[in-house]
Design a protein around this ligand. Sequence first.
Ligand SMILES: *Cc1c(COP(=O)(O)O)cnc(C)c1O
Length: 358
Amino acid sequence: MTKIYNFSAGPAMLHSSVLEAVSNASKDYEGHGLSLMEMSHRSKLVMDMVTETESLTRELLNISDEYHVLFLQGGASLQFSMIPMNLLDTNMIADYADTGAWSAKAINEAQLFGNVNIVCSSKESVYNHIPKQLNQDENARYLHITSNNTIYGTQWHDFPTLINTNTCLIADMSSDIFSRKIDVSQFGLIYAGAQKNIGPAGVTLVIIREDILGAINRKIPAMMNYKTHIEKNSMFNTPPVMAIYAVNRSLVWLKNIGGVDSIETKNKLKAEKLYNEIERNPLFVSPIAKEDRSIMNVPFIFSNGEDEEEFLSFCHDRGLRTLKGHRSVGGFRASIYNAMPEAGVDALIQAMKDYESR
Ligand SMILES: *Cc1c(COP(=O)(O)O)cnc(C)c1O
């Protein structure tokens, strides 16, 4: 049977050890005789598992005690509104970098709560680069960036420097969390939906420094208030236990293969190989500015307008799945998150070569 490689941008490929653990736990959680789905989130076994997931997150990202690690629901999309609801009063200003469709959605939500200053935008060039000039407001409460633009395949390789020490940096890291070393202390808040790089949909990781809270007057519903979840250790209401368990197993796998340092080296190698083939192969081009290319999502297009469906079905027959570009940009996109092995990238490169010489 042909080996299947899933290049989906999300929900995305997970390591086989994760799928196996979740599959076993759905029948009998680690030999305790009950499915994890029917176990109380207040039981010691489940609480220990969630605590361990938090410890793994702290260890792998080297997170200091100043930060809380939360497992919330509502996806990264709910964070688009929860962040301004908790941090931005109606008379305050927040800086936002407009580097893609997800940034634009975050901007739309923030505008419901306060004033938004767009520090930069690459929209005019279909988000094919990360702007280098940022027009920050000196009174901004925070600067929000999307560290990796999943749809367009651009990535902040250097994070912006803030012009004012009263502000803080906030990042949507949904599609590159745990893929490369980051210095968490540079940020006031980091959030990521799990389903790109660390688990299934249903759980969102939030890393927050508590001192950024408490500066506004708005009344906040309990479920939307970070303080609620901080006080209750992500157990204010029933958490998505199965999804958190899958994250747990992904992080255990990541730790066992050497952690973030080691996966970053692997991710860079995979991306470099694929970009090199796109450069070399006369059939394909990358629409993205070289210095801003993502190591997670690699979009490419035909240089001469060939039939895209034909190449997609050529790949499909070789087990290379979900390579269609996002509907807003077309072409192809290979998402090569942590769980994609180098062999998957090699198989795609071989398909591109064979398509060239067919
Ligand atoms: C997928 C994605 C989102 C949306 O995540 P949901 O969990 O579906 O709300 C937001 N931001 C980025 C960068 C993404 O890749």
